[in-house]
Design a binder for this molecule. Structure first.
Ligand code: KG4
Ligand code: ZN
Length: 348
């Protein structure tokens, strides 16, 4: 089927997302989030998130169908995030998807939501190249993937040995007493700072590590260096320049992410890099990867900001790639997989 109508359901974390995609065209993308309930806890509370999915699911589904002016009968296939994510949150979306698919007699695809972060780019910039390097960066992931065929064949070239990029930003946000999640606040402050004022270390960038961990990242040493810097300044009674700290910290993370991703593309003979995930909203990442890819003669594709955070459109987008490629649907017996491997695109 070349232009299937796919309903995408996303409930991996705090967003309840419903997307409808026909081929490469987005019909609608609707999201409800429970994020505003977590600021006072400084982190997501899984039980609150699960309950919020339960409350939001049907209203979000109904408003998406309304807006797209389609009915559930018109849908050719249903895709749902099977992982990675929070088990309780995933369970709500998967249960709803199974109920819809079995009652309507539609094929069901349990998909990897992280691969959806890359697939969503086709809705903004047109069909994806057959083979490309994917950089997925979020609160839980920082991985370089060799995508040979987005429906069937993905190799993981590297990833973080400790914190993910978004997670490291959130931790530095906490050190600077910024509201949760800290990532966007650290990004905002960094734009007003001097990137050269403080040089923080780059993980796995020198000596044996550089070769042994060509495409891997390590951000926990950096986070400790930032913590020490802040503590030292406070002990000496000096004022802390949060803007310069954020700028130097952001430069270290984005230098590593972009240098290794460009190297992976050159090493594998890929001429395109696709970036996705919540952290791909980061302003310095977008700037630096654009500059470095252009200098290396590579094309870089990044979804617009509205597609960076988790959404239903990304699930429908990867679902439509699976249908188009003729991949078999998932059985009705699959369970959520909180640690789903990035090489597993859909469940059997
Ligand atoms: O993909 P996502 O919505 O959820 C996960 O699957 O993790 O990513 C959320 C992460 C959070 O850590 C958040 O702080 C970070 O992405 N983030 C940012 C920015 N926008 C979101 N980090 C740095 N700069 C940003 N502009
Ligand atoms: Zn995500």
């Amino acid at each position: 089927m070349s232009n299937p109508l796919v309903l995408g359901i996303e409930s991996t974390c705090d967003e309840t997302g419903i997307g409808l995609v026909r081929g490469n065209e987005l019909l609608v993308d609707r999201t409800a989030t429970s994020m505003d309930q977590y600021a006072r806890y400084g982190g997501i509370i899984p039980e609150i998130a699960s309950r919020a999915h339960l409350e939001s699911f049907l209203p979000v589904l109904e408003s998406a169908l309304d807006e797209a002016q389609v009915t559930l009968d018109d849908v050719d296939a249903i895709a749902v995030a099977a992982g990675p994510g929070l088990i309780g949150s995933l369970t709500v979306g998967i249960s709803a998807a199974k109920a819809l698919a079995s009652s309507l007699g539609k094929p069901l695809y349990g998909v990897n939501h992280v691969i959806g972060h890359l697939a969503v780019d086709k809705l903004a910039e047109g069909p994806l190249p057959e083979r490309f390097i994917g950089l997925v960066v979020s609160g839980g992931h920082s991985n370089i993937l060799l995508v040979n065929d987005i429906a069937r064949d993905i190799e993981e070239l590297g990833g973080t040995l400790d914190d993910a990029a978004g997670e490291a930003f959130d931790k530095v946000g906490r050190l600077l007493d910024l509201p949760y999640p800290g990532g966007p606040h650290v990004d905002r402050l960094s734009q007003a700072g001097d990137r050269e004022a403080i040089r923080f270390p780059r993980g796995l960038a020198a000596g044996k590590d550089k070769e042994l961990h060509k495409y891997d990242f390590s951000f926990s040493g950096l986070k400790t260096a930032v913590a020490r810097y802040i503590e030292g300044a406070r002990q000496r009674g000096e004022s802390v320049n949060a803007e310069d700290i954020c700028a130097g910290f952001s430069e270290s993370i984005n230098d590593s992410l972009t240098a290794k991703t460009v190297r992976a593309a050159l090493d594998t003979g890929c001429d395109t890099i696709v970036v996705g995930g919540g952290f791909s909203a980061n302003s310095r990442l977008r700037q630096l990867i654009t500059e470095r890819a252009a200098a290396a003669g590579l094309t870089v594709r990044m979804p617009p900001l509205r597609f960076c955070t988790d959404n239903g459109a990304q699930i429908a987008a990867i679902g439509s790639e699976l249908v188009r490629a003729g991949v078999s649907p998932s059985s009705y017996t699959f369970s959520p997989d909180s640690g789903m491997s990035l090489m597993q695109i859909s469940v059997g």
